[in-house]
Design a protein around this ligand. Structure first.
Ligand code: AMP
Length: 520
């Protein structure tokens, strides 16, 4: 099939030709004719499949007739991250260059004033992250009653990030009579339910994700004690011919720690995660794209919107908690027949996450050794902690400063001060395996007040969203802005902040609570 057969206007077709595309991708082939007919579309597709053009191209044609009124956008595209929103904005620039559509981008990290000026002039296409859009709505600067086309993109990621209550609120403000295009990389039951609620008689289109990673990608998995991951990564980087690589971490905190560690070892590295100031994010991304930075440490959420495909390597510093993310992460290398390599560092207690990935892809990832750092997967829940002490003399000892991850039981915790490279010891932020493992002993046995961590120690919103599936329904905004929630939500959060459920000490009364026997 060619683009000419999709019913697009000459102006859009010209832009497509200018962009160098010759044939529509499967999602474009399936979705565009239905969007052009005015039908609702439920698309199961992820980034990399060409889905953005799948909704952008027909929207340009649909919106080309008509004019926007001040503060009343004619279409709304909701994106989970600033990067994705910016990328969709770029798509409208590219494909809409022969038309006169106006657009505005409402994302965190950009001044409200500039965004309001654009809204005042009237916009045909409004691309927004949910938090910032609600902020504008609350300031009375925007009316959604004229929205004819709504796009909800990356719905599963929205769910992960706790945006669904915001999305429901926003959709409640839109006219009932509208066209809705709903895209998600996966269709878990919660997403399906949401789609049923928002869409009317949708045409379902689905493209299989690049579930099988390109055969040109060399994959390897090294099982190393958690404490040795940084060293193992450095050795892998040193022995591979790395032109450009993204190093994925599951948590923002680890992005920071790893970035500083690699930098201190003289590597050419940048970092990207959701808590960084937008200008720094944009600059880092530009430098990485231009080749000024060779390595980029990133979280999944921050990296999802990066249109950087031509990587020589992908490293998974952590095994992703969602198996689909593995495919997505490593699919950034080995594109278009080029060779690429993807290496994953798995701690001994990440065996079940690896098994989930291998089950999804139907293939075993080749185990590789990183010198003497190599270990095995633990055969039980506790094994990860036991495994950490193996190997080179004293490895994993907190005295070496790398014994981070999970706190030791109180009775045995050493008093030695961690060295520079260590992350602060954490008890509850451990990556949640699938299915959920029992909680750490040392945490659940603490009285509630003790389990309550000071605010700065608690996992930040993106960490929770990315690593703790039990918090998926949490209310959180892309720009880190929390709140505007009602009392019930606040109470729920407060309850969560008090930490995990308390378990009595039973027979294990700590010595400091015991009184000498009478008469002694
Ligand atoms: P997306 O899945 O929308 O993030 O698109 C992934 C990449 O595919 C982007 O870099 C697009 O520019 C590119 N792309 C989209 N449609 C086509 C097409 N029909 N032919 C070639 N490349 C495309």
């Amino acid at each position: 099939m060619t683009f000419d057969e999709l019913g697009l206007s000459p102006a859009v077709l010209q832009a497509v030709t200018d962009a160098g595309y010759t044939t529509p991708t499967p999602i474009q082939e399936q979705a565009i004719p239905y969007v052009m007919m005015g039908r609702d579309v439920l698309g199961c597709a992820q980034t990399g499949t060409g889905k953005t053009a799948g909704f952008t191209l027909p929207m340009i044609d649909i919106l080309s007739a008509g004019r926007a009124k001040a503060r009343m956008p004619r279409s709304l595209i909701l994106e989970p991250t600033r990067e994705l929103a910016a990328q969709v904005g770029e798509n409208f620039e590219i494909y809409g260059k022969h038309t006169k559509l106006s657009k505005a981008l409402l994302i965190g990290g950009v001044s409200f004033g500039d965004q309001e000026k654009k809204l005042d002039r009237g916009v045909d296409v409004l691309i927004a992250t949910p938090g910032r859009l609600l902020d504008h709505i609350e300031r009375g600067k925007i009316l959604l009653s004229d929205v004819k086309v709504l796009v909800i993109d990356e719905a599963d990621r929205m769910l992960d990030m706790g945006f669904i209550p915001d999305i429901e609120r926003i959709v409640g403000m839109l006219p009932k009579l509208r066209q809705t295009l709903f895209f998600s990389a996966t269709m878990p039951p919660e997403i399906r339910k949401l789609a049923d609620k928002f869409l009317m008689n949708p045409k379902e289109v689905s493209v299989s994700p690049p579930a099988t990673v390109a055969t040109t990608v060399r994959q390897g998995l090294a099982i190393v004690p958690a404490a040795d991951k940084r060293e193992a990564l450095r050795r892998l980087i040193a022995r591979e011919d790395v032109q450009s690589a993204i190093i994925f971490c599951n948590r923002k905190r680890d992005v920071d720690v790893l970035f500083k560690s690699l930098k201190s070892h003289g590597l050419d590295v940048g970092a990207l995660h959701g808590d960084m100031v937008q200008s720094v994010r944009t600059e880092t991304l530009e430098r990485f794209k231009n080749g000024e930075i060779r390595l980029l440490v990133a979280s999944d959420v921050a990296a999802r919107g990066l249109d950087v495909d031509d990587l020589s390597h992908v490293f998974n510093f952590d095994v992703p908690t969602h198996p689909e993310d593995y495919v997505h992460r490593i699919g950034r290398t080995g594109r278009a027949g080029k060779s690429g390599a993807a290496f994953t560092l798995a701690a001994p207690d990440e065996g079940r996450l690896v098994a989930a990935i291998e089950q999804l892809s139907g293939k075993t990832i080749e185990r590789i050794a990183v010198d003497d750092l190599t270990g095995d997967f633990s055969s039980d829940e506790d094994g990860g902690r036991r495994g950490r002490g193996r190997g080179r003399g004293g490895r994993g000892s907190p005295a070496r400063g790398e014994g981070r991850g999970k706190r030791r039981p109180r009775e045995t915790a050493p008093k030695a001060k961690p060295a520079v490279e260590a992350a602060p010891p954490v008890a509850v932020e451990a990556v949640a395996p699938v299915p959920q493992p029992p909680r750490e002993d040392n945490v659940v046995q603490m009285p509630r007040e003790r389990a309550h961590k000071p605010r700065e120690e608690r996992p930040q919103p993106e960490q929770r969203a990315e690593t703790r599936p039990e918090h998926r329904g949490e209310h959180r905004h892309d720009d880190g802005h929390r709140g505007r929630g009602d009392d019930r939500r606040r109470d729920r959060n407060r309850e969560r902040d008090l930490g995990p459920p308390v378990v009595g000490m039973g027979d294990h009364m700590p010595a400091f609570l015991m009184r000498p026997a009478r008469g002694r």
